[in-house]
Design a protein around this ligand. Structure first.
Ligand code: NAD
Length: 484
């Protein structure tokens, strides 16, 4: 089964920060893949806008090299690449000054869909929004896409929202969280709300607990100075993991409509209890398994920033009271894996004698690698020897089900950019959602800063700090193993 290409209208997409790392690795290759798939209509234009003094030809050459590096070889067709780069333009622009804006105005058309991707530091969001208006470039229908981090606390997120709101209304603002563009994440909603099977069981009466794990093997080397000001809580939990938690925990929206979905997510965030200090474990990787430690990467020998966090979150509402959500994420762990595991409660009574073979049902949703789902079920162990039980996975691997190798599944960025062009905000965060997430996160961070808490050490290449194990052991539960 190949993915269907839903046509969009011709558009002008301006990428502020078009010469940056994100544009090179994700945005330009993603747009090319959509062009290759035939989704970008004739007459569309992609315009890089950045500080670098560069000619259009130089920018196109950069785009070619980004495609060569980041697009699969079987999609690198010379004729298609030529046609794609012919749609690309470039303007040197100063986000904080006047240079380049008049030229940009001449380029951007008013009779096609207009989107402006702010792939720049958040400190420039307000300047760019203001200039798009001052120079008469944006219209009331223009869309703007803003990148993370959306603030570093509630106050800064509010200031960013207020800065954008001076020039754009909420329906024009697309706050990217690329996790929401992942196939499996959207499938979470399909599995929950397009099937009758799970929803009746989707509550604390039947679900013992939920584990959300985002484990990375990469270190912060090369971006240590930036990461050190952020840490795992701000970088991963407040945004990506919060979004995953919301999609698992939310009530069914009345329709798959941007505001209906986002209203339900917001209710979940607001129902989150404050997290008690004893329910949080912060960690920092130290040298181990032949790998360097965090302090060598972050350029501050006394840094207390966490590269790992595990916490227990409780949602105070009818559906979830009594079902904890355990979240953990970290850098330099033993394997790269992202998954959500929903562990069901034990059957109320066992008619079988084989207590040893018995395990709970677990629904495992893998975001990476090998996107897909597994439902761990109990069956009878085949063969003679009486009624012995064993657990087997009911495997729903999307790559296998949807195509030979899943190669036609678009990457999160390309899907989200096309949603912007289509004007569909369902997979983007609304301003109040982001603020509510910060309102929950702020007291946690303020708490450890006020106490001067130091993160626990863990060996690079391990499963994280020992104390994180205790977080679950003490509740009579255990983390799933971190492995690919
Ligand atoms: P980068 O430093 O590589 O690029 C920054 C871009 O902004 C460059 O094109 C530069 O020319 C432009 N710029 C800087 N000052 C400017 C000015 N005064 N006027 C005009 N242009 C100016 O940054 P990046 O890694 O591409 O990140 C861009 C944004 O995306 C940031 O908000 C970042 O947090 C976010 N982000 C990046 C990644 C990633 O993987 N790189 C991932 C998630 C989010």
């Amino acid at each position: 089964m190949v993915s269907r290409v839903i046509p969009v209208e011709p558009f002008d997409l301006v990428i502020f920060g078009g010469t940056g790392d994100l544009a090179r690795r994700k945005i330009i290759p993603g747009l090319y893949r959509r062009f290759w798939a035939g989704q970008i209509p004739e007459g569309s234009a992609i315009i890089g806008a950045a500080r670098s003094d560069m000619t259009e030809d130089e920018f196109r050459t950069n785009a070619r090299s980004a495609i060569a590096e980041f697009v699969a070889k079987d999609k690198q067709d010379p004729a298609i690449i030529d046609a794609f780069v012919a749609c690309i333009g470039y303007e040197t622009i100063d986000a904080k000054g006047t240079a380049g804006w008049a030229a940009l105005k001449k380029r951007v058309r008013k009779d096609v869909v207009q989107a402006f991707y702010f792939s720049v530091a958040p400190s420039l969001f307000g300047d760019i929004a203001e200039r798009l208006h001052k120079h008469g470039i944006a219209t009331k229908d223009s869309r703007i896409v803003v990148e993370k981090p959306f603030g570093r606390d509630l106050a800064s997120a509010k200031a960013l929202n207020a800065g954008l709101a001076q020039h754009f209304n909420e329906a024009q603002i697309y706050r990217i969280d690329h996790y929401l563009g992942k196939e499996t994440v959207q499938n979470l909603m399909a599995v929950r709300f397009a099937n009758i099977l799970f929803e009746p069981l989707w509550k604390s009466e039947y679900i013992d607990h939920v584990q959300i794990t985002v484990a990375e093997t990469v270190s912060v080397e090369g971006r240590g100075a930036y990461y050190d000001k952020s840490g795992a809580m701000r970088d991963m939990v407040q945004n990506h993991m919060m979004q995953l938690l919301c999609l698992i925990a939310m009530e069914p929206p009345y329709h798959f409509d941007p505001d209906a979905v986002r209203d339900e997510k917001l209710k979940v965030i607001r129902a989150l209890d404050p997290v008690r200090p004893e329910d949080i474990v912060r960690g920092q990787y130290m040298a181990g398994n032949g790998q360097a430690g965090y302090l060598e990467h972050c350029e501050d020998a006394s840094s207390k920033t966490e590269s790992y966090i595990a916490l227990k979150a409780n949602i105070s509402n009818w559906r979830w009271k009594g079902t904890p959500f355990y979240l953990r994420t970290g850098k330099r762990l033993r394997a790269r894996t992202s998954e959500i595991a929903i562990t069901f409660r034990e059957p109320p009574h066992s008619i079988f004698d084989d207590a040893e073979g018995w395990r709970e049902n677990v629904l495992v949703i893998r975001l990476q690698p090998n996107e897909g789902m597994n439902l761990m079920m109990m069956i009878k162990e085949p063969g003679p020897g009486g009624m012995r039980l064993t657990q087997v996975p009911l495997d729903m691997s999307f790559a296998e089900a949807l195509g030979a190798d899943g190669a036609d599944i678009p990457d999160a960025y390309e899907r989200l950019i096309m949603d912007v062009i289509r004007g569909n905000q369902t997979l983007f965060m609304r301003g109040d959602e982001v603020e509510a997430a910060w309102a929950w996160t702020d007291p946690i961070i303020n708490g450890w800063e006020a106490r001067g808490d130091k993160p626990r050490n863990y060996d690079a290449g391990s499963s994280g700090p020992e104390d994180a194990l205790m977080l679950m052991h003490r509740d009579g539960r255990r983390w799933r193993e971190i492995r690919e």
